[in-house]
Design a protein around this ligand. Structure first.
Ligand code: ZN
Length: 319
């Protein structure tokens, strides 16, 4: 009986793998360090071992698995199953992920962008359940996004639709790795928010956070939330400005796509209303009235599990 699905979430730090039955109940989960600096063959081999250990723990064999789905950061040729480029991975160019695993495992293996597999997870099993028009923003180190429109995930001509992180907010702003400047993700992300905070410290503002670290590089997004809760003015300004910038990004998304729900995920979602309250205010003031009244803003429900579940579900949709 081929009725199980493997879902893999390949991150820069960890490989997370889970196996699900045909109703997407999770049977088990396993993880391993990515070791991204060791080259692609080593990373794929670790993914292989991670999945095989997991099946053994669950008393399953690869013959019982119908398909596997994998969420991978970066650019890819989904149809060929080739990961063309992935930031933060050493020597990672045109990696034949699907062909490599098909050969090893003898089952269909599908790849998609890491944020899109998160989107499949939240859409089908989490905060977006039962909805047809969604935007997911993942606020982690950077800003990732995925869009469901009229019940379909948007891909675009080259699979890069929905790069909300590169929405231009300033004609001349902070330089971005994409070659442009002033991109939303340079402000609304953990790195972006930390930069805003450090700019305030550099301009002479004070914060309790300075007493918690030896070097400014040690400051984390979580510390800024903690300082906010202690009434720290510089932390409050930073979260408010970041939330407002997020709000203007949401205004553009609401006006463009008319979603019924925007889901905020990723590590920074933990800031909750500290970040979302100023975003809501901006939306209320600037988005088209009919569109904004039809849209709510919520945090993601599945956390780290969304990627594995969404990857498995994506594989299911492909066979
Ligand atoms: Zn950019």
């Amino acid at each position: 009986m081929e009725s199980y699905f493997i879902g893999v979430d390949l991150g820069g730090t960890n490989i997370k793998t889970a196996v699900f039955d045909s109703t997407f109940e999770k049977l088990g989960e396993n993880r391993a360090p990515t070791g991204a600096a060791d080259g692609w063959q080593a990373v794929l081999e670790r993914m292989n071992i991670c999945a095989k250990e997991l099946l053994e723990q669950c008393g399953l064999t690869m013959e019982q698995v119908a398909a596997a789905g994998m969420g991978i950061p970066g650019l890819m040729d989904r149809k060929a199953g080739i990961s063309q480029f992935s930031p933060n991975f050493t020597g990672w160019k045109d990696v034949p992920v699907s062909p490599w695993f098909r050969e090893k495992w003898g089952i269909p293996v599908f790849i998609d962008n890491d944020v899109r597999v998160n989107l499949y997870g939240e859409w089908k099993f989490g905060a977006g359940r039962g909805r047809e028009n969604l935007v997911l923003l993942t606020l982690g180190t950077g800003l990732g996004s995925g869009i469901v429109m009229d019940g379909r995930v948007l891909y675009g001509t080259t699979g890069s639709a929905g790069e909300v992180g590169h929405m231009n907010m300033y004609r001349e702003g902070r330089p971005c790795r994409c070659g442009s400047s002033g991109c939303l993700g340079r402000y609304v992300s953990a790195l972006g928010m930390l930069r805003t905070f450090r700019e305030k410290l550099d301009s002479g503002k004070e914060s309790v956070v300075s007493q918690w670290v030896k070097k400014p590089e040690e400051i984390t997004a979580k510390m800024i939330s903690e300082a906010f809760d202690l009434g720290d003015e510089t932390a409050r300004e930073t979260l408010t400005e970041t939330g407002e910038m997020l709000g203007f990004g949401l205004v553009n998304l609401i006006n463009l796509f008319n979603p019924e729900r925007i889901i905020i995920g990723g590590g920074m979602a933990a800031a909750g209303e500290r970040l979302l309250a100023p975003a809501r205010k901006v939306v209320q003031k600037h988005a088209l009235e009919i569109s904004r009244n039809a849209c709510d803003l919520v945090t993601a429900q599945l956390g780290n599990a969304a990627g594995m579940l969404g990857a498995a579900y994506y594989a299911f949709t492909q066979i």
